[in-house]
Design a protein around this ligand. Structure first.
Ligand code: SF4
Ligand code: SF4
Length: 77
């Protein structure tokens, strides 16, 4: 049998591919900070309000599990 030679896979620029990031519902979030501690990549900063760095967020979903108020969800960017 002849070997199959695989060429490079054309995937296009990563910026053009949709990915999932966490977003917070401001009307539900009480800025408790629980999700900040749960994020493994440090994408969440809670001061007066909650801020999620979309560049850092890898869509793991840990913060959604951690939030006691179900204030977080995933959205495609
Ligand atoms: S855990 Fe939920 S309520 Fe607390 S800061 Fe995060 S999103 Fe807001
Ligand atoms: S989805 Fe994961 S990486 Fe993104 S903010 Fe939540 S815990 Fe952090």
């Amino acid at each position: 049998m002849r070997p199959v030679i695989m060429g490079p896979v054309a995937t296009g620029p990563s910026e053009s591919r949709p990915r999932m990031v966490a977003v917070a519902a401001p009307q539900l979030c009480k800025s408790c900070g629980v999700c900040e501690d749960s994020c493994p990549v440090g994408a969440i900063v809670v001061e007066d309000t909650l801020n999620i760095d979309r560049q850092k967020c890898d869509g793991c979903g840990e913060c959604l599990e951690a939030c006691p108020l179900d204030a977080l969800s995933m959205c495609e960017v």
